[in-house]
Design a protein around this ligand. Structure first.
Ligand code: BTN
Length: 251
């Protein structure tokens, strides 16, 4: 276990708005609950060392190994009426940029996973109500092979198993918050448009046969509104807004 991410350790390293206030606990059910429905300002962050009921997408659990990953939730208050489902791609891009090392570009697997070397190292969960969005991020950082979830939907890796290097969790956290803030501010100003090329360069599904949202086809570009383009077998295309992606190999 590395040093706990206490306020004493993390707050002096913060450089922007995100992380203020910084709520840390040794353990909790889910960091999402510390922020949901609160009167806290945008940029408030909840971090814990261990969750007893960590949530993943589609009702799944997010399993952690205490003190070895990053478990955080960030409170966002986007303008009302904005397309908040796009925030999983905004956060995915920020996480990908933060976790990659010089040798390996991290990929974003639409709509919410981050992969290194084809293995899932991070996942994003958006929970929104009204004008509040709680963006939950789980990153596997220091787990060894046998500390990673064995029966996950996608093969899991940690930054340690994927790169052979053990990053400093506090530095990783502050760099993630800074990158997320920067990407979020750009999204508020200009939407997804300015990220499309970067997303495309990291699009893990491009060219893969997939089934998603009741549609089957070969995955293409991520559209300007964040939907995934699918090329159907009959040559027509369809845009898919959300859903669990089942992969069936290269198209
Ligand atoms: C997924 O891949 O399905 C999303 C996983 C999101 C996990 C993070 S860990 C911090 C935050 N608190 C939770 O309960 N879930 C998110």
């Amino acid at each position: 276990m590395s040093k706990p991410l206490t306020p004493e350790l993390v707050e002096p390293l913060l450089r922007g708005r995100f992380g203020r206030p910084y709520l840390w606990s040794e353990g909790c059910a889910s960091t999402q609950d510390a922020l949901r429905g609160s009167a806290l300002p945008e940029g408030a962050v909840a971090v814990t060392e261990h969750q007893t009921a960590g949530r993943g997408r589609d009702g799944r659990r997010w399993e952690d190994a205490p003190g070895l990953g990053l478990l955080l939730s960030v409170l966002l208050r986007p303008p009302s009426g904005s397309p908040v489902q796009q925030l999983s791609l905004v956060a995915g891009l920020a996480v990908a940029e933060t976790v990659e090392d010089a040798r390996d570009l991290a990929a974003v697997k639409w709509p919410n996973d981050v992969l290194l070397g084809g293995h899932k190292v991070a996942g994003i969960l958006l929970e929104s109500s009204g004008v509040e969005v709680v963006c939950g991020i789980g990153v596997n950082v220091l787990q060894t092979e046998d500390e990673l979830p064995a029966n996950a939907r996608l093969p899991a890796a940690s930054l340690l198993t994927a790169t052979g290097h053990a990053p400093d969790r506090a530095m990783l956290l502050v760099s993630l918050l800074e990158t997320l803030e920067h990407r979020y501010d750009s999204w508020r100003r200009r939407g997804l448009t300015s990220f499309l090329d970067e997303l495309e360069a990291r699009n893990a599904l491009r060219g893969r046969r997939v089934e998603v949202g009741g549609e089957a086809g070969t995955a293409g570009r991520i559209a300007p509104d964040g939907r995934l383009t699918l090329l159907r077998a009959d040559g027509t295309t369809v845009l898919v807004a959300s859903g669990e992606v089942q992969e069936g190999g290269r198209g």
